[in-house]
Design a protein around this ligand. Structure first.
Ligand code: NAD
Ligand code: TDX
Length: 334
């Protein structure tokens, strides 16, 4: 199969490329990526001779069209992905997440190519801490941030192109990912690399916000399951029953790194901060037979800490810039 992986130099997309090459040696992989700040130019170096890398924008129709025409499958990971940045400047989120997805949809429509669109549980908004319900495929969309609203819009474009134009597409909405190659702006790598560089970890607000953690390899395994066995036109939620509050995540990182569990600071909260996400992945498990392999969050976290410890050259060049940027808006709370 000829697979076009958009956003294949970012966190989840690069892990997808690496596991696809390992598990499906006969597939031919092309990466289309704009190489924004979020892409590390070295992540794909070890497989550079096995893939084709095209540097460009998914919103560039003239570039996208022949790449899609030469593919059997497009897997769309390309996005602006960070909530904090979307609050600072939403413009690139509107361009990439909305115009970019539209551009891909028009190309797959023209050429009759299958699309899998990767999305997030944040499209559903948030839940109360004690709400017994979790998100399902029929939960109403209710996004909170410029990031999540542009992802919600991208999903709705895919649904409309399926219904109105007969495009063959599936959508997945996954919970928070962790694992190797995640940018140090995100919660888990930020705190691990803070400890490794002598900075106290930073928890937004009171740290009660809950995220539903899944290892990136389990996410990507679910994406392949949906591509192979999913029903065209359907949406599947991906989650691994990994709900943990942020304070506990940071305390666990500190403990696993041999530091006192209270050696962190509470800092300025994120505006509009979603309280809790929780995924019910029953459809994916019962209809498609998927289940996660990483069921012990603490050991997945320990492996991720080891990865950042042994890959300093991968993250060190951007660490100081990320912290300087956060310091402009985040101050320690008393
Ligand atoms: P990321 O920010 O690490 O990577 C995004 C990649 O897209 C980068 O390589 C970037 O250069 C590229 N890109 C950005 N704009 C582009 C454009 N206009 N054209 C081409 N490439 C462009 O993001 P990620 O965490 O790997 O997320 C990948 C996808 O998964 C996103 O759609 C995101 O919404 C979704 N998702 C992420 C998570 C998570 O926890 N990280 C959870 C659920 C869903
Ligand atoms: O330093 C921090 N301290 C902190 O308390 C950072 C960076 C974050 N947080 C909090 C905010 C969130 O409650 O931790 C939680 C996780 O934050 P992020 O890593 O920024 O992720 P989140 O906003 O939950 O979104 C992530 O998961 C869903 C991805 O960035 C999205 O792309 C994905 O859709």
């Amino acid at each position: 199969m000829r697979v076009l992986v958009t956003g294949g130099a970012g966190f989840i997309g690069a892990n997808f490329v690496l596991t696809t090459l390992a598990n499906r040696p006969d597939d031919r992989v092309t990466v289309l990526d704009k190489f924004t700040y979020a892409a590390n130019p070295h992540t794909l170096d070890p497989v550079a001779d096995r893939i084709t890398v095209v540097r460009g924008d998914i919103g560039d129709a003239a570039l996208v069209d022949p790449l899609v025409a030469a593919s059997d499958l497009v897997v769309n990971f390309a996005a602006e992905s960070h909530n904090d940045r979307s609050l600072d400047d939403p413009s690139s989120f509107v361009h990439t997440n909305l115009v970019g997805t539209y551009t891909l949809l028009e190309a797959v429509r023209r050429h009759g190519v299958r699309l899998h669109h990767v999305s997030t549980d944040e499209v559903y908004g948030d839940l109360d801490l004690d709400d017994p319900e979790r998100f399902t495929e029929s939960t109403a969309y209710n996004p909170s941030s410029p990031y999540s609203s542009t992802k919600a819009g991208s999903d709705l474009l895919v649904r409309a192109w399926v219904r109105s134009f007969g495009v063959t597409a599936t959508i997945s909405n996954c919970s928070n990912n962790y694992g190797p190659y995640q940018h140090v702006e995100k919660l888990i790598p930020r705190q691990i690399t803070n400890v490794l560089t002598g900075i106290r970890p930073k928890v937004y607000g009171d740290g009660a916000n809950v995220r539903d953690w899944i290892h990136v390899d389990d996410h990507n395994d679910a994406v392949w399951t949906i591509i192979e066995r999913g029903i065209p036109g359907q949406t599947y939620l991906i989650g691994a029953d990994g709900e943990v509050d942020n304070r506990t995540v940071v305390e666990s990182i500190l403990e696993l790194m041999g530091r006192p569990a209270d050696a962190f600071d509470f800092v300025t909260d994120r505006p509009g901060h979603d309280l809790r996400y929780a995924i019910d992945s029953t459809r994916l498990r019962t209809e498609l037979g998927w289940s996660p392999r990483y069921t012990d969050f603490r050991s997945g976290l320990a492996a991720t800490i080891d990865w950042y410890r042994t890959h300093r050259d991968w993250w060190e060049p951007v660490k100081a810039g990320v912290e300087a940027s956060y310091a402009k808006t985040q101050t320690t709370l008393d």
